[in-house]
Design a binder for this molecule. Structure first.
Ligand code: NDP
Length: 248
């Protein structure tokens, strides 16, 4: 029970790529306990507006924060907006990601670079300035959305697998760098999750290869992310948590 004078501090979260799919589910789940959630996306503002509506319906509040995570200057300017409005970020979820699948022999430098720029350099562009502020506050949670592909390698996804494996390395290294300041850094590695990203894949064939015989849902990923943001998860850092129906 809090006293009348006790201030209730609303936590502030930033979820990149929260306009649709897994990012939307994470934004909504984090909002359930009254958090303020910044919803980042690249260009689809109609879908991002829907996410904001769902965040409010879930009991939280939020704001849209469009920027391209590959653009370092744009990312920094948007983060400054958050610091001006809210003074800090308690939770950062690096979720924005793309795939551009093809066999390595057909892969052009651009197919490689675009995926690495979004999935890995995007993490750097957003996380570095956030970490600097978290260090001085001695508080923070960072969750990176990687993939089964980054854990085991997926044919046709050399670029995507490399970017997601890189994210796992970055998670483990950063966790060790900042653990003493009570900031945790973890990765969540979904398998095949029902979102627009898996459209066009041979889903019947894929489902047969998943021990649980079904794709996962964005809500199942979001629940783990929210747990990693809870006080109960304060001693978990540098870990990669698979959500994949037993595929690896
Ligand atoms: P979706 O394609 O459904 O959504 C992607 C989101 O990321 C959109 O909101 C999109 O914005 C945003 N985005 C893409 N590029 C950028 C960028 N450069 N800057 C800012 N935002 C960007 O993807 P999922 O929800 O399926 O995937 C989310 C994350 O989960 C990704 O990192 C993905 O790699 C990972 N993942 C997904 C799996 C799956 O099976 N779905 C499995 C394993 C990992 P906009 O709407 O404006 O285009």
């Amino acid at each position: 029970m809090g006293s009348d004078t006790e201030e209730i501090v609303q936590e502030v979260a930033l979820v990149t790529g929260a306009g649709r799919g897994i990012g939307r589910a994470i934004a909504v789940d984090l909002a359930k306990s009254g958090r303020f959630v910044y919803i980042n996306f690249r260009s689809n503002s109609e879908e991002a507006e829907k996410t904001l509506q769902l965040v409010k319906e879930a009991g939280g509040d939020g704001a849209l924060l469009p920027f391209d995570v590959t653009d370092e200057k744009a990312a920094h300017a948007s983060l400054d907006t958050i610091y001006d409005q809210k003074g800090g970020i308690d939770i950062l979820v690096n979720n924005a990601g793309i795939r551009d699948d093809m066999l390595m022999v057909w892969m052009k430098a651009d197919n490689w670079q675009r995926v690495l720029d979004t999935n890995l350099t995007g993490f750097y562009n957003v996380t570095k300035p956030v970490v600097k502020k978290m260090l001085s506050k001695r508080k923070g949670r960072i969750i990176n959305i990687t993939s089964t592909s980054g854990q085991v390698g997926q044919p046709g996804q050399v670029n995507y697998s490399a970017s997601k494996a890189g994210l796992i390395g970055a998670t483990k290294a950063l966790a060790k760098e900042i653990a003493k300041r009570k900031i945790t850094v973890n990765a969540v590695a979904p398998g095949f999750i029902e979102t627009e990203m898996v459209e066009g894949l041979p889903l019947d064939q894929i489902t047969q290869a998943i021990p649980m015989g079904r794709l996962g849902t964005a809500g199942e990923v979001a629940a783990v992310v929210t747990f990693l943001c809870s006080p109960q998860a304060g001693y978990i850092t540098g870990q990669v948590i698979g959500i994949n129906g037993g595929i690896c």
